[in-house]
Design a protein around this ligand. Structure first.
Ligand code: NAD
Ligand code: IPM
Ligand code: MN
Length: 360
């Protein structure tokens, strides 16, 4: 039995998570995988019902899960809450030890027109952001007084080493290049970051490493996105650069992510937020949530099923089904339904790989 916890969250979170969950249910049914799904309150929805964004029951369920599927949290209603929804997300990442956030972004072949960049610049872009997720400014001591505030940024050698290993190992599976991003011309944490990443690189002589300051990296991402393969960043830089990178493919609604630790449950979520401006209208793009579901299948060591879901998602886009963020009029639920229609056909088709057929 594979236990999947669903945290729909707030705003468009429940809308996109529902589409991703239905895809996973279909995969489970078609391949006899016996997934079980349990929904739990999280974020603003949990504040409304329990007074806190990460209730104990939600944390306990996530701790015992095989995988977690998250929509998104937050919204103006809770911006002044004692503990905001976003704090619940940070606590959950920390409690589960999810230090590695993988955010793959690429221009799908044939879909260069979705990019706001010129097709000749965007074509072939394929970047994996490896973002450190449980350290840095997000988790340092904070003070907030009337006229003075501070956020402490700390990184240890161990925190940098483990995320650097993740980046180098991924580079080996890809094009063999790591670009490490920092602000080592100013920040002490970045000086340590650059030194430790360079040391870890010595274990990976087959991988090319270069370093960029974060401001220059932001520039290169839009002028020459194809120069990047694996982009290794600390927590805040990765948050910012991955939103920038997402629109190179057309929309923030397209990108999924995996948050992984040393073992145990991974968490899978689109990189976007709760998008309060479009919530409740069935116009959100569920592609990022569905891409996250495919990453969840990979994490459960079901690569054939992950590829089938990814292929169904890509075909849906290639057929021209576009949600409003990509200039179309297809609704969130209708988009998800088309992905599942294609997936259903592919799961039944004889061209499924042999080991997939064996478990049918
Ligand atoms: P956002 O990502 O929610 O939205 C930014 C813009 O992108 C908006 O115009 C929105 O309509 C659009 N957008 C986002 N996702 C989309 C989708 N799937 N389809 C179509 N359009 C989409 O960022 P924001 O507005 O800065 O933040 C809103 C709330 O979400 C805040 O409370 C923030 O803290 C929270 N947030 C949560 C997460 C998370 O749960 N992981 C991530 C980012 C932001
Ligand atoms: C993300 C979000 C979160 C982050 C916020 C909501 C805490 O922006 O997942 O990208 O900054 O990590
Ligand atoms: Mn973000």
């Amino acid at each position: 039995m594979t236990r999947i916890i669903v945290l729909p969250g707030d705003g468009i979170g429940p809308e996109v998570a529902a589409e991703a969950r239905l895809c996973l249910e279909l995969v489970s049914e078609r391949f006899g995988l016996g997934f079980t799904f349990e929904e739990h309150d999280f974020g603003g929805a949990a504040i409304d019902r329990h007074g806190v964004p990460l209730p104990e029951a939600t944390l306990a369920a996530c701790t015992a899960a095989d995988a977690i599927l998250l929509g998104a949290v937050g919204g103006p209603r809770w911006d002044d809450a004692k503990e905001r929804p976003e704090i619940g997300l940070l606590k959950l990442r920390k409690a589960l030890g999810l230090f590695a956030n993988l955010r793959p972004a690429r221009i799908m072949p044939g879909l260069e027109e979705y990019s706001p960049l010129r097709a000749d610049i965007a074509a072939g872009a394929d970047v994996l952001v490896v973002r450190e997720l449980t350290g840095g400014l997000y988790f340092g001591e904070k003070t907030l007084e009337q006229d003075r505030a501070s956020d402490l940024c700390t990184y240890t050698r161990e925190e940098i080493e483990r995320i650097a290993h993740v980046a180098f190992q991924w580079a080996r599976q890809r094009s063999g290049r790591v670009t490490s991003v920092d602000k080592a011309n100013v920040l002490a944490t970045s000086k340590l970051w650059r030194r430790v990443v360079s040391e870890v690189a010595q274990d990976y002589s087959d991988v090319a490493l270069d370093h960029l300051y974060v401001d220059a990296a932001a520039m290169h991402l839009v002028t020459s996105p194809t120069r990047f393969d694996v982009l290794l960043t600390e927590n805040l830089f990765g948050d910012i650069l991955s939103d920038e990178l997402s629109v190179i493919g057309g929309s923030i609604g397209l990108l999924g992510s995996a948050s992984l630790g040393t073992g145990g449950a991974g968490m899978f979520e689109p990189i976007h937020g709760s998008a309060p401006d479009i919530a409740g209208k069935d116009i959100a793009n569920p592609a990022g949530a569905i891409a996250s579901a495919a990453m969840l299948l990979d994490h459960l060591e079901l690569p054939s099923q992950a590829r089938l879901l990814e292929a169904a998602l890509e075909q849906t886009l290639r057929e021209g089904h576009r949600t409003a963020d990509l200039g179309g009029a297809v609704g969130c639920a209708a988009f998800g339904a088309r992905v599942r229609e294609i997936l259903d056909g592919a799961a039944a088709a004889p061209r499924a790989p042999a080991h997939v057929q064996a478990s049918l």
